[in-house]
Design a protein around this ligand. Structure first.
Ligand SMILES: [Zn+2]
Length: 211
Protein backbone atom coordinates (compact mmCIF):
# COMPACT_ATOMS: atom_id res chain seq x y z
CA UNK A 1 0.00 0.00 0.00
CA UNK A 2 2.02 2.94 -1.32
CA UNK A 3 0.22 6.13 -0.32
CA UNK A 4 0.63 9.87 -0.61
CA UNK A 5 -1.22 12.18 1.77
CA UNK A 6 -1.84 15.47 -0.01
CA UNK A 7 -3.42 18.61 1.37
CA UNK A 8 -2.86 22.15 2.63
CA UNK A 9 -1.24 22.90 5.98
CA UNK A 10 -3.81 22.53 8.76
CA UNK A 11 -5.78 19.81 6.99
CA UNK A 12 -4.71 17.26 9.60
CA UNK A 13 -2.56 15.18 7.23
CA UNK A 14 0.27 14.52 9.67
CA UNK A 15 -1.95 13.47 12.57
CA UNK A 16 -4.06 11.18 10.42
CA UNK A 17 -1.03 9.71 8.68
CA UNK A 18 0.08 8.72 12.19
CA UNK A 19 -3.19 6.83 12.82
CA UNK A 20 -3.21 5.12 9.43
CA UNK A 21 0.46 4.20 9.85
CA UNK A 22 -0.34 2.34 13.09
CA UNK A 23 -3.49 0.70 11.73
CA UNK A 24 -1.87 -0.66 8.60
CA UNK A 25 1.67 -1.14 9.99
CA UNK A 26 3.29 0.98 7.31
CA UNK A 27 5.70 3.83 8.05
CA UNK A 28 4.75 7.51 7.90
CA UNK A 29 7.50 9.23 5.95
CA UNK A 30 8.00 12.99 5.91
CA UNK A 31 10.92 14.79 4.30
CA UNK A 32 11.72 16.49 7.62
CA UNK A 33 12.17 13.07 9.28
CA UNK A 34 14.24 11.80 6.35
CA UNK A 35 16.55 14.83 6.55
CA UNK A 36 17.01 14.45 10.30
CA UNK A 37 17.63 10.71 9.98
CA UNK A 38 20.17 11.04 7.14
CA UNK A 39 22.04 13.72 9.09
CA UNK A 40 22.09 11.51 12.19
CA UNK A 41 23.34 8.46 10.28
CA UNK A 42 25.98 10.64 8.57
CA UNK A 43 25.33 9.17 5.10
CA UNK A 44 26.82 10.92 2.05
CA UNK A 45 23.48 12.56 1.29
CA UNK A 46 23.03 13.34 4.96
CA UNK A 47 26.30 15.28 5.03
CA UNK A 48 25.15 17.35 2.06
CA UNK A 49 21.79 18.08 3.69
CA UNK A 50 23.48 19.10 6.92
CA UNK A 51 25.62 21.62 5.08
CA UNK A 52 22.67 23.08 3.12
CA UNK A 53 20.35 23.28 6.12
CA UNK A 54 23.18 24.72 8.20
CA UNK A 55 23.51 27.56 5.69
CA UNK A 56 19.77 28.16 6.06
CA UNK A 57 19.09 27.19 2.43
CA UNK A 58 16.27 25.02 1.07
CA UNK A 59 17.20 21.45 0.17
CA UNK A 60 17.02 21.26 -3.66
CA UNK A 61 14.55 18.91 -5.38
CA UNK A 62 17.17 16.55 -6.73
CA UNK A 63 18.68 15.88 -3.32
CA UNK A 64 15.25 15.55 -1.67
CA UNK A 65 14.20 13.01 -4.30
CA UNK A 66 17.44 11.00 -3.80
CA UNK A 67 16.83 10.89 -0.07
CA UNK A 68 13.21 9.80 -0.48
CA UNK A 69 14.37 7.13 -2.90
CA UNK A 70 16.96 5.86 -0.41
CA UNK A 71 14.38 5.88 2.40
CA UNK A 72 11.88 3.85 0.40
CA UNK A 73 14.40 1.04 -0.11
CA UNK A 74 14.59 0.43 3.66
CA UNK A 75 13.06 -2.78 5.03
CA UNK A 76 10.09 -1.21 6.83
CA UNK A 77 8.78 0.41 3.63
CA UNK A 78 8.57 -2.75 1.54
CA UNK A 79 4.90 -3.48 2.34
CA UNK A 80 3.89 0.13 1.84
CA UNK A 81 4.26 3.63 3.23
CA UNK A 82 2.59 6.99 3.65
CA UNK A 83 4.44 9.92 2.15
CA UNK A 84 3.41 12.95 4.20
CA UNK A 85 4.34 16.29 2.63
CA UNK A 86 6.10 14.82 -0.40
CA UNK A 87 5.91 15.37 -3.35
CA UNK A 88 5.32 19.12 -3.09
CA UNK A 89 5.76 19.99 -6.75
CA UNK A 90 5.08 18.49 -10.18
CA UNK A 91 8.82 17.89 -10.87
CA UNK A 92 9.09 15.96 -7.58
CA UNK A 93 5.99 13.91 -8.50
CA UNK A 94 7.42 13.12 -11.92
CA UNK A 95 10.70 12.03 -10.34
CA UNK A 96 8.86 9.80 -7.86
CA UNK A 97 6.99 8.14 -10.74
CA UNK A 98 10.27 6.96 -12.23
CA UNK A 99 11.00 4.61 -9.30
CA UNK A 100 7.72 3.99 -7.40
CA UNK A 101 4.28 2.65 -8.18
CA UNK A 102 1.62 4.37 -6.09
CA UNK A 103 -1.58 2.75 -4.81
CA UNK A 104 -3.50 5.95 -4.03
CA UNK A 105 -3.22 9.65 -3.29
CA UNK A 106 -5.41 10.71 -0.37
CA UNK A 107 -6.39 14.33 -0.99
CA UNK A 108 -7.49 16.31 2.08
CA UNK A 109 -10.01 18.97 1.07
CA UNK A 110 -10.54 22.00 3.29
CA UNK A 111 -11.36 25.68 2.69
CA UNK A 112 -8.65 28.33 3.24
CA UNK A 113 -10.77 30.17 5.82
CA UNK A 114 -10.96 27.03 7.94
CA UNK A 115 -7.21 26.42 7.67
CA UNK A 116 -6.60 29.94 8.95
CA UNK A 117 -9.01 29.39 11.84
CA UNK A 118 -7.42 26.07 12.81
CA UNK A 119 -3.79 27.11 12.56
CA UNK A 120 -4.08 30.57 14.02
CA UNK A 121 -5.20 29.18 17.37
CA UNK A 122 -2.74 26.33 17.52
CA UNK A 123 -0.50 25.78 20.52
CA UNK A 124 2.22 23.15 20.82
CA UNK A 125 3.83 21.63 23.91
CA UNK A 126 7.52 22.48 24.04
CA UNK A 127 8.29 19.25 25.90
CA UNK A 128 6.26 16.48 24.23
CA UNK A 129 4.95 18.07 21.01
CA UNK A 130 1.24 17.57 21.84
CA UNK A 131 -0.99 19.94 19.84
CA UNK A 132 -3.80 22.08 21.29
CA UNK A 133 -6.13 24.76 19.95
CA UNK A 134 -7.23 27.77 21.99
CA UNK A 135 -10.83 27.35 20.76
CA UNK A 136 -11.33 23.80 19.48
CA UNK A 137 -9.13 21.83 21.89
CA UNK A 138 -7.89 24.01 24.75
CA UNK A 139 -5.57 22.68 27.44
CA UNK A 140 -7.27 22.24 30.83
CA UNK A 141 -4.92 24.82 32.35
CA UNK A 142 -4.09 27.72 30.01
CA UNK A 143 -0.55 27.45 28.65
CA UNK A 144 0.19 24.08 30.29
CA UNK A 145 0.25 20.67 28.58
CA UNK A 146 -2.42 18.21 29.88
CA UNK A 147 -0.18 15.24 29.17
CA UNK A 148 3.20 16.25 30.55
CA UNK A 149 2.84 19.66 32.22
CA UNK A 150 5.20 21.26 29.70
CA UNK A 151 4.78 24.87 28.51
CA UNK A 152 2.68 25.57 25.38
CA UNK A 153 3.82 27.94 22.64
CA UNK A 154 2.69 29.16 19.22
CA UNK A 155 5.03 28.28 16.35
CA UNK A 156 6.28 31.33 14.40
CA UNK A 157 4.94 29.40 11.37
CA UNK A 158 1.43 29.77 12.77
CA UNK A 159 1.33 33.58 12.67
CA UNK A 160 -1.39 34.91 10.35
CA UNK A 161 1.06 36.26 7.74
CA UNK A 162 2.95 32.98 7.72
CA UNK A 163 -0.23 30.88 7.41
CA UNK A 164 -1.43 32.98 4.45
CA UNK A 165 1.97 32.60 2.82
CA UNK A 166 2.05 28.81 3.34
CA UNK A 167 -1.44 28.55 1.83
CA UNK A 168 -0.37 30.63 -1.18
CA UNK A 169 2.67 28.41 -1.71
CA UNK A 170 0.48 25.30 -1.42
CA UNK A 171 -2.13 26.56 -3.89
CA UNK A 172 0.51 27.57 -6.45
CA UNK A 173 3.09 24.78 -6.15
CA UNK A 174 1.33 21.76 -4.71
CA UNK A 175 -2.32 21.99 -5.75
CA UNK A 176 -1.45 21.21 -9.40
CA UNK A 177 -0.69 17.68 -8.12
CA UNK A 178 -4.44 17.13 -7.67
CA UNK A 179 -4.96 17.32 -11.44
CA UNK A 180 -1.74 15.35 -12.03
CA UNK A 181 -2.85 12.38 -9.91
CA UNK A 182 -6.48 12.78 -10.97
CA UNK A 183 -5.45 11.99 -14.54
CA UNK A 184 -3.77 8.82 -13.28
CA UNK A 185 -6.99 7.84 -11.44
CA UNK A 186 -5.13 7.65 -8.11
CA UNK A 187 -7.01 10.39 -6.28
CA UNK A 188 -9.18 9.71 -3.20
CA UNK A 189 -10.82 12.95 -2.13
CA UNK A 190 -11.49 13.28 1.61
CA UNK A 191 -13.52 16.04 3.28
CA UNK A 192 -11.22 17.08 6.13
CA UNK A 193 -13.33 20.00 7.33
CA UNK A 194 -14.85 17.94 10.17
CA UNK A 195 -13.30 16.12 13.14
CA UNK A 196 -10.19 13.93 12.81
CA UNK A 197 -12.39 10.91 13.72
CA UNK A 198 -14.77 11.68 10.86
CA UNK A 199 -11.88 12.16 8.46
CA UNK A 200 -10.32 8.86 9.55
CA UNK A 201 -13.60 7.02 8.80
CA UNK A 202 -13.51 8.43 5.27
CA UNK A 203 -9.87 7.44 4.79
CA UNK A 204 -10.55 3.87 5.95
CA UNK A 205 -13.45 3.62 3.49
CA UNK A 206 -11.27 4.93 0.65
CA UNK A 207 -8.43 2.53 1.43
CA UNK A 208 -10.77 -0.45 1.69
CA UNK A 209 -11.48 -0.07 -2.02
CA UNK A 210 -7.77 -0.66 -2.74
CA UNK A 211 -7.69 -4.23 -1.47
ZN1 LIG B 1 3.43 17.98 26.74
Amino acid sequence: MNLIFLGPPGAGKGTLAGHVSKEFSIPQISTGDIFRDAIKRETELGKKVKEIVGRGDLVPDELTVSLVRERLTQADAQKGYILDGFPRTIPQAEALDTFQKLSAVVNFEIADAQVVERLSGREICKTCGAIYHVKNMPAKVKGVCDKCGGPLYTRPDDSLASITNRLDVYRTQTEPLIAYYGKKSLLKNIDSSKSPEDTLVQIRAALRTLK
